[in-house]
Design a protein around this ligand. Sequence first.
Ligand SMILES: Cc1cc2nc3c(=O)[nH]c(=O)nc-3n(C[C@H](O)[C@H](O)[C@H](O)COP(=O)(O)O)c2cc1C
Length: 211
Amino acid sequence: MALLEDLNWRHAVKAYDPSKKVSQENIDKIVEAARLAPTSSGLQPFNVIVVENQELKEKLVKGALNPECMRDCSHVVIFAGWDRYTAERIDKVYNHTTDERGLERGRFGSYTDKLKEIYLAQPAEENFAHIARQSYIALGLALGEAAELRIDSTPVEGFNNAVVDEVLELERLGLKSISLMYVGYADTANDWIAPMKKVRTPKDEFVIEFK
Ligand SMILES: Cc1cc2nc3c(=O)[nH]c(=O)nc-3n(C[C@H](O)[C@H](O)[C@H](O)COP(=O)(O)O)c2cc1C
């Protein structure tokens, strides 16, 4: 029930109050929700980058379609995915998992061999499309956690990926930006969408039930 209340409370904020900062403790909780997100085969093929530094935010503003939000929010969270799957990346994740569980490395070898067979045969773009889909689950959970904490946020695809990738030097890390999340406290006088009703496709149209 609480989750539904949180989801009804939140909305995609259109103006932030630059004087209000989100505490590090709460940012950590929002990021933790993203870290705990389920991913296909548990690969977690993306990183979450948190930008609080105003100078860096100003550089990112060049790539934003809603620059005021980027500038005025407390933190910008960037979801950046692996540019492609590699054997090394898959092995690193599975070695970490077996080490953490006290199992011998290679315990899941036949499974990871299958993953490599499938993913490494695909073009990088197909890998990246799959990777991006995983990251949206994390974005959703981070939005939910922010709402639970009564912290405002905006999920954002309206930005220039090339600018964000360049400013954050993501290529060097083998990453590409996917989505952003502005986090902060709304400027209630200018957040024009706040008073409007939350509208969703009616349930009987949205849900197709076979009973
Ligand atoms: C993946 C994704 C990308 C979005 N990109 C933007 C964006 O670039 N700019 C913006 O103002 N809102 C963006 N939104 C917000 C949606 O427009 C908003 O979530 C939707 O209209 C529903 O409204 P609500 O979130 O306020 O309930 C995005 C939402 C999602 C989930």
